[in-house]
Design a protein around this ligand. Structure first.
Ligand SMILES: N[C@@H](CCC(=O)N[C@@H](CS)C(=O)NCC(=O)O)C(=O)O
Length: 235
């Protein structure tokens, strides 16, 4: 039985972390709001009983409903036997996935530093300051942390030769940063070689290559999390 994925239909957003892992691991999923629309997603969320997810993405797997990207990935990885199988190691992967979630929140705050409910145009000055600090301090701090995690495995991925949900997510943040901050990322090329290795290797995971070339993959755009605004990039 396939898992239902509920996520906003117009942006890669956080839903993409789930899609990439499902595609790479050949986990059957239905992209519910892509098949229906955003209204169906809102309706579905509000009709739910018990503990509801706070926000998309969330998945429904039989009687189970799970929100929070990191938890969804950990759950699917456990269920499909795509982790290490050792609790200590899998907790380390989960920890990295939560680090990625924190980072994604900071990416979002570069264009929405004041209020997520207001337009970018109404908070551009603060965004400029925020993006400057993000490029100077936060990107290097996070990417060196992730680079060290890959380096410590001695292999191509975080677990060595075996890819995991952390690697598909690291691929996505590297692609997103290349889109959002192309000048900065070019100027820093070579600063996180193991991460660049993950970015190069993940598209080689066979089922994923098909997905990446397919129309189902949504391009980054200025409604999503990774947005490109010239003024927020290095000049
Ligand atoms: N920590 C959550 C964040 C979920 C989240 O912020 N989802 C966004 C879309 S990417 C949303 O719809 N948020 C609505 C809101 O925050 O009110 C996760 O990692 O899944």
């Amino acid at each position: 039985m396939s898992v239902q994925l509920w996520y906003w239909p117009q942006i890669p957003g956080r839903g993409e972390f789930v899609r990439l892992f499902c595609e790479a691991g050949e986990i059957a999923y239905e992209d519910m709001a892509r098949e229906q629309d955003a209204d169906a997603l809102v309706e579905h969320m509000h009709a739910m009983e018990g503990i509801r997810p706070f926000a998309p993405p969330y998945i429904v797997d039989g009687d189970i409903c799970i929100g929070q990207t990191a938890l969804i990935l950990q759950y699917l990885s456990d269920k499909e036997g795509l982790g290490s199988g050792e609790m200590e190691v899998d907790l380390g992967l989960f920890q990295l996935q939560i680090d990625i979630a924190d980072f994604v929140e900071e990416v979002h705050s570069t264009h929405h530093p004041v209020a997520s409910g207001q337009y970018y145009a109404d908070q551009m000055e603060a965004a400029y300051e925020k993006a400057h600090d993000f490029r100077a301090n936060r990107i290097p701090k996070y990417l060196i942390h992730f680079d060290n995690a890959v380096a410590s495995s001695g292999g191509l991925f975080v677990l060595g030769q075996q890819w995991t949900h952390v690697d598909t997510s690291l691929f996505h943040i590297m692609e997103g940063l290349d889109y959002a901050f192309p000048n900065y990322m070019k100027s820093m090329q070579g600063s996180w070689p193991h991460l660049e290795g993950v970015q190069a290797m993940v598209p080689e995971i066979e089922p994923l290559a098909d997905y990446l070339a397919s129309e189902h993959r949504i391009e980054f755009n200025e409604n999503g999390i990774f947005r490109h605004y010239d003024e927020l990039d290095e000049q």
